[in-house]
Design a protein around this ligand. Structure first.
Ligand code: BG6
Ligand code: MG
Length: 220
């Protein structure tokens, strides 16, 4: 089998926390009087909290010191975590649950590769703590996507080379990171039309067909 592992982005792939990121950034931007819409929000997918703040500030004439930026990022994160705290395992969609269970059943090694420092909290809210064989996230990387570090770390934790892992992404920065790391990428959502992706998914469960159609070892 070509793919022995699957590395999932978290926000927008496993859960709809990308919407909560939008709501929290929007509340902060409104308070500061900075224009912010879903188009600008889509540029924040996959990139770190501080880089996201820099992108938002660039669209205004506001100049902030590093200390002010840290305060603003903390304010956004508090708003975001208040939204995350409302999540329960019922927020895990049936499609995602079915896909994860089927992949596990098929014997694949499963990992998270996310830029988010809130990954452990989100997995706990979704009832997924302890489910994945490896979790590489914003807490263990120096460079966020589009740098491949988080996916390379996840593959290393799985004990697999990049060519044996398929990355699932909803962000252009994530597709770029996967390809830069030597991974095939299946893209969905915002990144679905990204030409660098090897596969396009309408729903996460489309992945099952890709895995199922892989060449199986011949039976003797
Ligand atoms: C990524 C999101 O998963 O995590 C980005 O796509 C976000 O939008 C990044 O900025 C960092 O998240 P956090 O939870 O560490 O602020
Ligand atoms: Mg994402």
């Amino acid at each position: 089998m070509k793919y022995q592992g699957v590395i999932f982005d978290l926000d927008g792939v496993i859960c709809s926390t990308d919407e909560y990121h939008y709501q929290a950034w929007k509340a902060l931007a409104d308070r500061l009087g900075i224009p912010f819409d879903r188009e600008l929000n889509s540029q924040l997918r996959g990139v770190s909290r501080m880089e996201s703040l820099d992108i938002i500030l660039r669209s205004s004439d506001r100049v902030c010191t590093d200390a002010e930026k840290a305060t603003l990022a903390a304010e956004k994160n508090a708003l975001y975590r208040a939204l995350l705290a409302r999540m329960t395992p019922r927020d895990l969609s049936a499609d995602v649950r079915r896909t994860l269970d089927a992949l596990r059943q098929a014997g694949l090694r499963l990992a998270i590769g996310s830029s988010s420092k809130n990954t452990p909290f989100i997995l706990e809210r979704m009832g997924l703590d302890g489910f994945f064989d490896a979790v590489a996230d914003g807490n263990c990387i120096t460079h966020s996507k589009p740098h491949p570090e988080v996916f390379l770390k996840a593959a290393e934790m799985l004990g697999l080379p990049p060519r044996q892992c398929l990355v699932i992404e909803d962000a252009h920065a994530g597709v770029e990171a996967a390809v830069a790391g030597g991974f095939d990428c299946a893209a969905m959502g915002d990144a679905k039309e990204d030409a660098r992706a090897a596969y396009r998914l309408q729903a996460l469960s489309d992945l099952l067909q890709i895995i199922d159609s892989q060449e199986k070892p011949a039976k003797s």
